[in-house]
Write a protein of this length. Structure first.
Length: 203
C-alpha cells in the first residue's frame, strides 16, 4: 500500500553572490531572509510541477508573466508592475521589460484600482483625523497636509479634484513636494481633502 503523501520541510543555503543579487532586486526589504523564504516555495513548486508534467508554458514570455505575478503577489502585493523595476532591479532587457509591464498591468488593473482607492481613502481619513486631533493653537492657518502616496493613489487624488472642479467646486490641486517612479509626496489643504474624500468612492 502506497504511503500517504506528507509535507516536506527543506533547508538550503544561498551563496553570497546570489544573496547580493537578491538584495539588489528587493532594496526595500531590510531582512533579505524574508525575501528568500517567500521565493523558495514558489521556485521549488514550479520545478516540481514542471517535472511532474502538470505545468507547461506556451512561451518564455508566458513563463515570465506567470512567475512575476507570483513574485508580486507574495512580496510586492501593493505595488503596480512597472518598467522601472523590471528593467533596473529585475534586469530584464528594455523591450522585454516594457512588454511584461504592459501585460501584467492589464491583468492587475481592476484589482489595483480598488486597492488604491481603499488606501487613498484611508490615507486621507488619517490625515484629516491627525489634523483634527491637534490642539487648536497648534493648527496652522493654511492647514497643509503632506501625504505620501503611491503613484496610482496620487493619480486618483488628482482625478477626484478634477471631477469636483468640473462640478463647480472651488478646488486647489495638490502640490508635489517630491516624486519618484513609485511614490509622490504632495501638499494639500485639509479642507480640500475633506471635499475629496467622498468623491473617491465614485472613481
Amino acid at each position: 500500500m502506497a504511503q500517504a503523501a506528507s509535507e516536506l520541510s527543506i533547508t538550503f543555503v544561498l551563496d553570497p553572490t546570489r544573496v547580493s543579487k537578491l538584495r539588489s532586486s528587493f532594496p526595500e526589504f531590510e531582512d533579505i531572509q524574508e525575501v528568500a523564504t517567500a521565493l523558495a516555495p514558489l521556485m521549488t513548486n514550479e520545478f516540481i510541477d514542471l517535472l511532474a508534467g502538470e505545468k507547461r508554458y506556451m512561451s518564455l514570455s508566458h513563463q515570465y508573466v506567470e512567475w512575476l505575478q507570483q513574485v508580486y503577489e507574495v512580496l510586492l502585493p501593493e505595488e503596480e508592475y512597472s518598467y522601472d523595476r523590471l528593467y533596473n532591479e529585475f534586469n530584464f532587457p528594455p523591450g522585454t521589460a516594457q512588454y511584461l509591464a504592459r501585460v501584467l498591468r492589464e491583468r492587475q488593473h481592476s484589482t489595483l484600482h480598488e486597492k488604491a482607492k481603499s488606501r487613498l481613502r484611508e490615507q486621507i481619513s488619517r490625515e484629516i483625523e491627525e489634523y483634527d486631533g491637534l490642539p487648536e493653537d497648534a493648527k496652522p492657518a493654511a492647514k497643509p497636509r503632506s501625504p505620501r502616496l503611491a503613484v496610482r493613489e496620487y493619480s486618483l487624488l488628482v482625478m477626484a479634484v478634477d471631477r469636483l472642479a468640473a462640478k463647480g467646486e472651488a478646488m486647489e490641486w495638490p502640490r508635489i513636494t517630491s516624486r519618484s517612479s513609485r511614490f509622490v509626496v504632495c501638499t494639500h489643504d485639509v479642507d480640500q481633502l475633506r471635499k475629496v474624500l467622498p468623491e473617491i468612492e465614485r472613481l
